[in-house]
Design a binder for this molecule. Structure first.
Ligand SMILES: CC(C)=CCC[C@@H](C)[C@H]1CC[C@H]2C3=C(CC[C@]12C)[C@@]1(C)CC[C@H](O)C[C@@H]1CC3
Length: 348
C-alpha cells in the first residue's frame, strides 16, 4: 500500500476504512467478520494506530499499556514499575541483546534500557510509530542503546535470523497478531537457545463464555476499540506458548491480585480517584468533559486538515474501548496483564 503524501508514514485510506472491519451492532458480528479481520490484520492494526497514536500520547503516555497502582503512586511511576517488573521477572542483565515486539513509540524500550542496562531493538509494523519512536529516542540520547525497525512480527526470522536475541518481550502487543501460535513461534525462533520470553498478554479470562451473547459482544467491543482482529481466551495463550515449544516458568494474571486501586481506574474518568495532584489532569482527560473537549478539537483538526481524514472516527472507537475495557475489568472477563515468563529450551 502506498504511503500518504504527507510523508509521516500514515495512509489515509486505511484510517478511513478501519471501522468498516466490524458490524455496527456488535451482536450481529459473525465468524466471517472475524476471519476477514484476521486475514487483513496488517490493515486493521495499521489503520487503528495511524489514527490512534497521537490520541494515545496526548491522553495517556508514550508507554502504550496498563499497569497496577499502589495507593499514592503516580500514573507515570506505575507505568514504569510495570515495565521494571517485567524486566525483573525476565532477569534481564546488563549487555543483553533484547527484542521488543510491538514497541509502540518506544516508551517501554527506553525505560527498560535504562533500568536494566540492556540493548534493545524495537520492532513495529507501523511506520508512523517507528518514526516517532526514533525521534523520542534521539531526544533522550539513547540512540546508541535502543534502535527501531519496521517489520511484521509474523516474519521475525526473515528480519533477524534464527537465534539472534538473549531475550524477547512483548507488552500488550501480541493480541494484534492473527494467531498466537504464529507470533510466539517466530519469537521462539529468534531467541538463542536458553533465551527468555516475557509477555503481558491481553486475553479474555476463564470466566468468559463465548456462547454467551453479551460476553461475545464485550469481546468484539474490545477488538473494535483497540485494533484487535480477534480477542482470545487466556487458556489459548498458554496452550500456544507450549505448542510452539516454550517452557513456561511463571504465569500469573496480575489483574487478579485484588489490588485496592484497579488497573482500569484512569479510564473510569473519575477524578476523585486520582492518586497525585498531577494525575488529576491525566484522569480528567478521560472524564466525559475531557473526552468532549479532546474529540471536539480532533474533529476540528480533521476538518482543517491537521490530522488525516478518518482520525476522528478512529477516535470515536477509542470511547468504545474505554467503556468496554472498564466493563471487562470490573466483570473480570478481560485482563490486559496475563504475565507469562517462558524459556526456549537449551536443546530442542
Ligand atoms: C490496544 C492495546 C493492545 C494496548 C493499548 C492500551 C492502552 C494504552 C489504550 C487502550 C485504550 C486507550 C484509550 C486512550 C489512551 C490509550 C488507551 C488507554 C484514551 C484515554 C486517549 C484519549 C481519548 O480521548 C480517550 C481514550 C480512551 C481509550
Amino acid at each position: 500500500m502506498a504511503a500518504s503524501p504527507n510523508g509521516d508514514g500514515r495512509v489515509n485510506s486505511r484510517i478511513e476504512n478501519y471501522t468498516e472491519f466490524w458490524q455496527k451492532d456488535m451482536h450481529k458480528e459473525e465468524k466471517a467478520d472475524t476471519d476477514n479481520r484476521v486475514d487483513s490484520y496488517t490493515d486493521v492494526v495499521n489503520g487503528y494506530y495511524d489514527g490512534a497514536t497521537e490520541l494515545y500520547e496526548y491522553g495517556w503516555a508514550k508507554s502504550f499499556h496498563f499497569s497496577r497502582f499502589y495507593k499514592g503512586e503516580s500514573f507515570d511511576a506505575s507505568l514504569a514499575r510495570h515495565e521494571h517488573y517485567l524486566s525483573a521477572q525476565m532477569s534481564l542483565r546488563p549487555g543483553m541483546k533484547v527484542l521488543d515486539v510491538g514497541c509502540g513509540v518506544g516508551g517501554p524500550a527506553r525505560e527498560i534500557a535504562r533500568f536494566s542496562d540492556v540493548n534493545i531493538t524495537g520492532l513495529n509494523n507501523n511506520e508512523f510509530q517507528v518514526m516517532r519512536a526514533r525521534k523520542y529516542t534521539k531526544k533522550a540520547g539513547l540512540e546508541g542503546q535502543v534502535n527501531f525497525v519496521k517489520g511484521d512480527f509474523m516474519k521475525l526470522v526473515e528480519q533477524f535470523g534464527e537465534n539472534s536475541f538473549d531475550a524477547v518481550y512483548a507488552i500488550e502487543a501480541t493480541c494484534h497478531a492473527p494467531t498466537w501460535e504464529g507470533v510466539y513461534d517466530q519469537i521462539r525462533r529468534v531467541l538463542k537457545p536458553g533465551g527468555v520470553f516475557g509477555v503481558y498478554e491481553w486475553c479474555m479470562t476463564d470466566d468468559w463464555d463465548p456462547s454467551n451473547p453479551s460476553h461475545k459482544a464485550l469481546a468484539h467491543a474490545i477488538e473494535f476499540g483497540n485494533g484487535i482482529p480477534e480477542m482470545r481466551p487466556l487458556a489459548k495463550a498458554r496452550e500456544a506458548l507450549r505448542s510452539v515449544g516454550f517452557v513456561i516458568e511463571h504465569e500469573e494474571d496480575l489483574a487478579d491480585r485484588g489490588d485496592p486501586i484497579p488497573w482500569y481506574y484512569p479510564l473510569e474518568g473519575d477524578i476523585s480517584k486520582a492518586q497525585t495532584t498531577w494525575d488529576y489532569f491525566t484522569v480528567w482527560r478521560m472524564s466525559w468533559s475531557g473526552k468532549l473537549v479532546t474529540h471536539t478539537v480532533l474533529r476540528l483538526a480533521e476538518m482543517i486538515g491537521l490530522v488525516p481524514s478518518g482520525t476522528w472516527k478512529v477516535g470515536e472507537s477509542l470511547k468504545v474501548a474505554a467503556d468496554a475495557l472498564v466493563e471487562g475489568g470490573r466483570t473480570k472477563l478481560f485482563t490486559p496483564m496475563y504475565l507469562v515468563i517462558s524459556r526456549k529450551p537449551k536443546e530442542e
